[in-house]
Design a protein around this ligand. Structure first.
Ligand code: AP5
Ligand code: MG
Ligand code: ZN
Length: 215
């Protein structure tokens, strides 16, 4: 099963993807994570993407689509894909259709996390992740069970994203409204969009998503 998780920055796409990976053995394909890895490794793509990401703007459609295509090519066809933060423009949505077709895959669901943008700034500025395994946390909403120690891997180092400041978040939200939200009608016409209340607590959101996947 292949699904898209759609929603503005901080909506919970990454948080819910990690849970779907654990429960259903699916693979998370986050273009944001792939780009951050490229920035860290200083690949040509990373060098080009860094300033764009720091400004909260969108990286080119061809770059992110190539990342997705490569990742799918490396996966077994029996493993479901969770597209997290991709597609983000109409052009990317068209490219994804082609890529899926090449791999003999179809989209089962597009799940939109509906959220109140004002609450998202608090979510994003409080976010941090384990430096070793990438598990996501939040200063207020999801602290490690033991202070300073990762629940999943026992790591003791954590990191924060350079684009998680209020000013950049506002730009990221504006990009979402202008370029990403308009792709929803395309999927609505295919009857595959479901909406989930992304303001509910993290476990309740997971339950709603699982109900859609199992329904
Ligand atoms: P990307 O990494 O995709 O960032 P984003 O879309 O801005 O989304 P976030 O990762 O910030 O939010 P999320 O929905 O995953 O929230 P999370 O689960 O972490 O992209 C970054 C940049 O890369 C872009 O700006 C762009 O430059 C570039 N890029 C990436 N993809 C691209 C593409 N396709 N095309 C072009 N450019 C691209 O949750 C946030 C926090 O809230 C966490 O701390 C979590 O613990 C907490 N939380 C989650 N759910 C809840 C809840 N229900 N209640 C309370 N707290 C919660
Ligand atoms: Mg994310
Ligand atoms: Zn960890």
């Amino acid at each position: 099963m292949n699904i898209i998780l759609l929603g503005p920055p901080g909506a919970g796409k990454g948080t819910q993807s990690q849970r779907l990976v654990e429960k259903h053995g699916m693979r998370q394909l986050s273009t944001g994570d792939m780009l951050r890895a490229a920035v860290k490794a200083q690949t040509p793509v990373g060098i080009q993407a860094k300033a764009v990401m720091d400004a909260g703007e969108l990286v080119s459609d061809t770059i992110v689509s190539a990342l997705i295509s490569d990742e799918l090519a490396s996966m077994g066809n029996d493993v479901g894909a969770i597209f997290d933060g991709y597609p983000r423009t109409e052009a990317q949505a068209l490219m994804l259709d082609e890529i899926l077709q090449q791999h003999g895959r179809t989209l089962a669901h597009v799940i939109e996390l509906e959220v109140n943008e004002d609450a998202l700034v608090e979510r994003i500025t409080g976010r941090f992740t384990c430096a070793s395994c990438g598990k996501g946390y939040h200063d207020k909403f999801e602290r490690p069970k033991q202070e300073g120690v990762c629940d999943r891997c026992g790591g003791t180092e954590f990191k924060r994203r350079p684009d998680d400041n209020e000013e950049t978040v506002r730009t990221r939200m504006a990009e979402y409204r202008a370029k990403t939200a308009p792709i929803l009608p395309v999927y609505e016409a295919r009857g595959i969009v479901s909406r989930v209340d992304g303001m509910a607590d993290i476990d309740a959101v997971t339950d709603s998503i699982n109900a859609i996947l199992e329904g």
